[in-house]
Design a protein around this ligand. Sequence first.
Ligand SMILES: Cc1cc2nc3c(=O)[nH]c(=O)nc-3n(C[C@H](O)[C@H](O)[C@H](O)COP(=O)(O)O)c2cc1C
Length: 335
Amino acid sequence: MLDPLFSPYKIKNLPLKNRFALAPMTRKQSPGGIPTATVAEYYRRRAAGGVGLIITEGTLPEHSLAAHDTNIPRIAEDTVEGWRLVLDGIRPTGTKTFVQIWHQGPKARPGIGATSIEEEGGTVVEEAVGESKQELFDAFVKGSVLAKKTGFDGIELHGAHGYLLDSFLRAGQVDFVCDLVCEVRRQVGAGYPICIRFSQWGVGDFDARQFHSPQDMENVLLPLKDAGIDIFHASTRRFWLPEFDDSDLNLGGWTRKITDAPTMTVGNIGLVTRELFGDGPESIHELMRRYNNGEFDMVAIGRPLISDPDWCQKVRDGEQDRIVGYTDETKNTYP
Ligand SMILES: Cc1cc2nc3c(=O)[nH]c(=O)nc-3n(C[C@H](O)[C@H](O)[C@H](O)COP(=O)(O)O)c2cc1C
């Protein structure tokens, strides 16, 4: 039943062996921001386990407020070698790799974002204006260019979950993100895949909503597409939930309908193996109904691929009894 998801796909001219992606997941295993041989092994195992596309964990551009945890990987000249080790491990499997470029923006303390935040009488998040805004812009452009030079097959801009780029989208400054995408496009060239991840929900606020109607989505997504986005990654926590009243399309479904661009869905796909192979809303029946309905082109899998690097292969080969489920015992599996 899942065969169509195991069919090849192309993002621009980038051939993917199937439509499954490893969702970006922060692992904090890169001391000093430099991916180690263990990080390379983590990604190699998931590539060998059959996903068509790996989206790396959130990776920081060169900016002092991007994040304050030094175990999160960075994209910078001094990390190129570490990332090449990762890519060398993945390449023989035929799996392709996007790096997710992530600035925590207003979620970091101290932080910077589209608007300032005061807490207990002090400014904890600085409003990005003028030069400080330009620095953020430049950091993302530089990181994107370096991603291409390093050998990544494409980039995913993290524009979701309330982090930096999302703060601009939510503040109505879509232009900032569009200008950024245009400049990245200008510098990486026409053929290089650029994805953007976006969401309704935010970290620490699962009920946040920036889109109250399909029209709201249009106002953000169409300019992004015009700016040069090739694929939209619509981040939801449960893929089967309709986004708006009067239609059962999920966020990805609306994205696909509005933009007519390649779209990836995500959220609780296969988190509980028994439910995936059952009859409920979490099942492959519902997933494939939506896929066949044209709601998305690709699916991203997060937690199930932490606990079982071979999840894709086992699902493809009907070996669901052998899947190592995501539990309290397996949730920290590494590499
Ligand atoms: C440990 C962990 C780390 C995550 N880190 C990131 C991240 O760096 N970037 C991002 O966009 N989403 C991140 N997410 C969200 C996942 O990409 C994904 O959207 C979410 O886990 C839902 O998919 P799933 O139900 O298949 O796990 C993270 C999730 C988990 C569980």
